[in-house]
Design a protein around this ligand. Sequence first.
Ligand SMILES: CC(C)(COP(=O)(O)OP(=O)(O)OC[C@H]1O[C@@H](n2cnc3c(N)ncnc32)[C@H](O)[C@@H]1OP(=O)(O)O)[C@@H](O)C(=O)NCCC(=O)NCCS
Length: 176
Amino acid sequence: MIGNDVIDLALAQKESNWKRKGFLNKIFTAKEQDLILKSENPEITVWNLWSRKEAAYKIYNRQTKIRAFIPIQLECFDLNVQDGIVFGKVICYDKTYFTQTRITSEYVETVAVINSADFDKVKYLKSTENIIKIDGIPSYQDSENNVMQPASISHHGRFKRIVIADKYSFRNQLYH
Ligand SMILES: CC(C)(COP(=O)(O)OP(=O)(O)OC[C@H]1O[C@@H](n2cnc3c(N)ncnc32)[C@H](O)[C@@H]1OP(=O)(O)O)[C@@H](O)C(=O)NCCC(=O)NCCS
């Protein structure tokens, strides 16, 4: 399973004032707020953590079919930067999701998976062709392998991302 989230930083800056009263308390745990306020760039850290929560939530939503606004229950842990990518975990109730976040001057983008090995299988799709939504949750109709694979879509401002964790990617690499 997979979840993703992209944030257009120019639009976020225009639309959302993260400094407004009550915002941090409503969205972030005490530990996360501490991380934000001690970070070099608090605004980027806000969107870094936010995008992780949204990406993880999309998996939680597919697993449970529950739709809810639960930012405090989606807690970010173990942020760790390697080669410009921030790795981490999001824990939601009894479930753990692994996250990879890319931060540029234009956007913040997270992909979440259940097994960290699935990061190697992540594929970006160019269009929503072959995407089917059931109860608002997207899947990719993989006609080559005759299966449906979980997909995740996110758009914000100038950016749109469609991703799958292709369970056939290893086989594809071997045979193509
Ligand atoms: C539903 C929600 C995740 C959408 O996120 P968003 O940032 O507003 O918008 P995005 O563009 O990233 O996501 C919308 C896309 O998600 C896709 N999507 C919805 N549920 C999904 C799921 N379970 N898995 C993968 N993709 C999903 C939809 O296809 C939609 O794309 P479409 O409009 O082209 O069909 C968000 O509005 C929400 O309800 N969040 C609640 C969870 C929470 O507590 N978040 C805390 C924030 S810190």
